[in-house]
Ligand binder design. Structure first.
Ligand SMILES: [Zn+2]
Length: 256
């Protein structure tokens, strides 16, 4: 039998890869049909946080950030499950399509041959380093494979200053933490100027990140901005003083 180092290496990588579903942990599969269904639960839909912060762009999302969807996103982002990118790109692609259908300006630009730039929400440099890639950018590129001439993924948004971890902050604190923090990279200004743009993020919670991304783009001269996310957190309403209901707000890891 001929020596096939490449095949041997692939076999080894396969053995080393987690053979458990990224959502429910079922053995023998990386992504099971039940989890795929959970992530498409309800289908793409328009979503607005409550309360809705000023400047929140029209936003479409795939599902509620809980249960299987939550474990899949957490594992994908920080649990070493980058192999879930293709699985998560499927529902994101459906959300992108719904956003385009819902925005006449974006549809018109696409009808004219584009481009409609797609911009991943910025990640703190340390997180990107730790993950070895900008995870949301990789997700967007995978979701738009074959369409990137008209829907180019532009890594044009970055944090212009340090911000605190958004986890644990309330809506007002998140807004203040991020205010003015997102900037358009100088190299990307010409690509977004006058163009309808789409911001992509994994999870939307209070909307502070999407507001900030949209503000930065409009300041740089972009056309109308819409946003898409894989999932949206449904926050419980603030507890009334007489209530005895307890429990932490459901918060995604990292910023929202
Ligand atoms: Zn599963």
């Amino acid at each position: 039998m001929p020596w096939r180092p490449g095949q041997d290496l692939l076999d080894l990588l396969e053995l080393a890869a987690p053979a458990a579903c990224g959502g429910c942990g079922e053995a023998g599969t990386r992504w099971c049909p039940a989890c795929a269904d959970a992530l498409a639960d309800g289908g793409p839909r328009r979503w607005t946080p409550t309360p809705c912060p000023p400047g929140f762009p029209p936003t479409w999302t795939g599902t509620a950030y809980r249960d299987l969807a939550r474990s899949a996103v957490v594992g994908w982002k920080d649990g070493g499950r980058a192999d879930l990118t293709p699985a998560l790109a499927v529902p994101l692609r459906a959300v992108l399509a719904a956003a385009l259908d819902g925005s006449p300006e974006h549809l018109a630009a696409l009808g004219g041959g584009g481009p409609v730039p797609v911009l991943p929400a910025p990640s703190a440099r340390a997180s990107t380093r730790a993950r070895g890639e900008h995870r949301v950018e990789a997700l967007a590129r995978t979701a738009l494979r074959g369409r990137r001439s008209v829907l180019p993924v532009v890594d044009g948004l970055r944090l212009g200053r340090r911000v605190a971890d958004q986890a644990g902050l309330d809506a007002g604190q998140r807004r203040r933490n991020l205010a003015g923090a997102v900037v358009v990279r100088p190299t990307a200004v010409a690509r977004v100027e006058g163009a309808p743009c789409i911001v992509v993020d994994d999870v939307v919670t209070t909307g502070a990140t999407l507001v900030e991304c949209a503000r930065a783009l409009v300041t740089a001269g972009a056309g109308p901005v819409v946003a898409v996310t894989l999932a949206a957190t449904h926050r419980r309403p603030p507890r009334a003083p007489s209530s005895t209901v307890r429990g932490p707000l459901s918060e995604p890891s990292g910023r929202d």
